[in-house]
Design a protein around this ligand. Structure first.
Ligand code: SAM
Length: 262
């Protein structure tokens, strides 16, 4: 593995520590349902229109976690590669892929330093993965580099709304504006992150303007930004983070759809 920067090291340690508990809690939820789906509500891609037909495409999933999305992508006809900074998460992915009889390359690396050649993939995706936990100002240009011209980048993250309304004391999203919007970079805002513990999990977030600038400066043309809403009646395995009632009124997560300009 290449040398990791300080926040990739912290996220590696944090996700190695949390991996078994996280997979025990979410694996069934992420596996159920047919076809490609997105996020904490597992909204079908047929409603989002981000993946489309992946048959025959070379797809890289940044921050693939336990590999549940890789399995569905492969079952949809894609040639899949998963990348994750946590070797424990990759162990879970390896087991999940093997039990589904799927052959996939798994890469142990950080999304902001992808050990692949340029133009290697037709589609790069991430669902609350490497473009959330690696600094997007570095990871987005990396994703663009490994895409072929015309190739697509589709990724889901929490919204700035959710971060502004997030209560750090109970890790839940509230109806109040609690955190500053301007200057947000990490959940501990700005670049003043020096006091972090070595195994704290750190998420990144940008303002809407900074997301647009980061994507377009990386030679990515933005095609859409789809705000997800919970399907009626669905109980999410992630409801301790954000309730269905909140996410019905405000966007808790959204999917960016972009392509590499030719
Ligand atoms: C919330 S989990 C999501 C996993 C998966 N995408 C899913 O939908 O279940 C976040 C994943 O990002 C990975 N991650 C954290 N920091 C990363 C980094 N710098 N580069 C790549 N992956 C990272 C974690 O190890 C973890 O597997």
């Amino acid at each position: 593995m290449r040398k990791l920067n300080w926040h990739a090291r912290a996220n590696r340690a944090g996700w190695n520590r949390e991996s078994d508990r996280n997979q025990a809690k979410h694996d069934d939820f992420l596996r159920r349902g047919s076809g490609l789906r997105w996020g904490i509500w597992q909204v079908p891609d047929s409603e989002v229109g981000a993946f489309g037909d992946v048959s025959g495409l070379r797809v890289l999933d940044l921050g693939c976690g336990g590999g549940q999305l890789l399995v569905k992508l492969a079952q949809s006809g894609a040639e899949v590669t998963g990348l994750d900074v946590s070797e424990r998460q990759l162990d879970h992915a390896r087991r999940g892929l093997a039990s589904a009889g799927i052959d996939a390359d798994l890469i142990w690396a950080s999304a902001d330093d992808i050990p692949c050649c340029g133009d290697a993939f037709d589609l790069v995706c991430s669902d609350h993965g490497g473009l959330t936990y690696a600094d997007p100002r570095t990871a987005i240009p990396e994703a663009a580099r490994v895409l072929r011209p015309g190739g697509r980048l589709v990724f889901n993250t929490s919204t700035p709304w959710a971060v502004v309304c997030w209560d750090p004391t109970d890790s839940g999203v509230t109806p109040e504006l609690r955190n500053p919007y301007f200057g947000m970079i990490g959940y501990v805002v700005n670049d003043r992150l020096r006091s972090f513990e070595r195994d704290d999990i750190l998420e990144f977030q940008l303002t809407y303007g900074d997301w647009i600038r980061t994507l377009t400066r990386a030679n990515l043309a933005i095609d859409d930004l789809v705000e997800l809403r919970p399907p009626a009646g669905l109980v999410s395995a992630y409801s301790s983070y954000v309730s269905a009632a909140w996410a019905t009124r405000w966007p808790a997560e959204h999917v960016w759809i972009a392509h590499k300009a030719t």
